[in-house]
Design a binder for this molecule. Sequence first.
Ligand code: DON
Length: 450
Amino acid sequence: MSASEAVTDALRDLHARFAGVREGERADYIPELARSDADDFGLALVSMDGHRYSAGAAGTPFTLQSVSKPFVYALALSSLGLDEVGRWVGAEPSGEAFNAISLEPRTGRPANAMVNAGAIVTTALVPDRPDAPAFTRVLTALSRFAGRKLDVDEEVYGSEAATGDRNRALAYLIRSTGTLPVDPVAAVDTYFRQCAVRVTAVDLAVMAATLAHGGVNPVTGEAVVSADVAAQVLAVMATCGMYNSSGDWLLRVGLPAKSGVSGGLIAAGPARFGLAAYSPLLDAAGTSVRGRAALGALSERLGLHLMRNPALPGSTVTLATTADVLPSAPSGRRERALRERVGVVAAQGALDFTAAERVLFALDESGPGQVGSVVLDLREVTGADSVALALLHAGLARLARDGRRAAVVDPGNRLGPPDLVRERTGQDLPRYGSREEAVERCAQAMAGPV
Ligand code: DON
């Protein structure tokens, strides 16, 4: 336990650094929110393995407010698909405040699902079903993202329902343009309820981590939405999640994020972390002041900016040479001459597009031109995604067409099942259990033409 406390220490440092910040105001247009404790400040981080770290008031409950929007958008996308959802709500940054009258001039479509107008439409796209009213479906989805059963803060719901005329007006305006598919009163009521769902900073970090983890909750292991939907939601969060400060946030912090007027804030480092902050003092854009500062500093400290070193998988190719220089090479001249025509490439780690390109380049570099053969040693490869596999198969097919024979050392079948490899590479690629065996066979095969 104590080694990973270093991660908690990083959060505690940030907590201590920003706890004294007193700028900002609590939201009071929803009267109940003005009753929150201005001193509350919690931070949480959840890894892709579901490890949870927190500092400060990370277990203090508060309401989701606008942080609910990306998750309900995910639910609508899962039910209807991007094209259908896109008919009703756009995906362009509005450059306006969260409660702006954001309606596209000709179609009346709200600019995006992160501003209130778009979120009301998104919620309306989740209709009642015979087995579950709309709000039950929303609450179930939010709970699956959080990995526990969430509930509604009835006081906050009542407070917003009593004062939420601007959102009702927005809903009526949207319907007047003919685009809102259902009753505006019902849609806004469900929207108010989703905003009043109670969470903690740790819950929010789990929810953000689920989006960062391709839609799979890293704590419960449940596939909440597809990887495609998770990516779509993160994309809209990146461009629109922080309203009229989205560009500045992406520039400085470099992470998809979403703020809420109760003081919740999430950010997602795709394939890395889910981050969350809670502190009710807000800036003019409705973002938690301490949350903004702390998550910005955390992104910098952990090197999470998306545009910085987007591919940093470490070295992929651990060996690219010819078999005559291997320590195991026999000393005889003839054997050495044969082995000079056998390339050897070894790779390690997880293979994605970037890594697969490195492997293919190394295959080209590993031998003297278009002759001879090459051994591709994949024993240290831990996995390959579908893009990497397709690229490797295509590269091996090209190699064969160019007259260079390949053999693989692949006891873990990293290259995929033999049938698939045969279909894609157009050959029965010889597979061996050890590098030495593969090199020896390739060298013997060379003996013919020498
Ligand atoms: O619709 C509203 O006004 C609130 N229920 C949510 C707004 C919100 O959280 C804006 N984000 N910063």
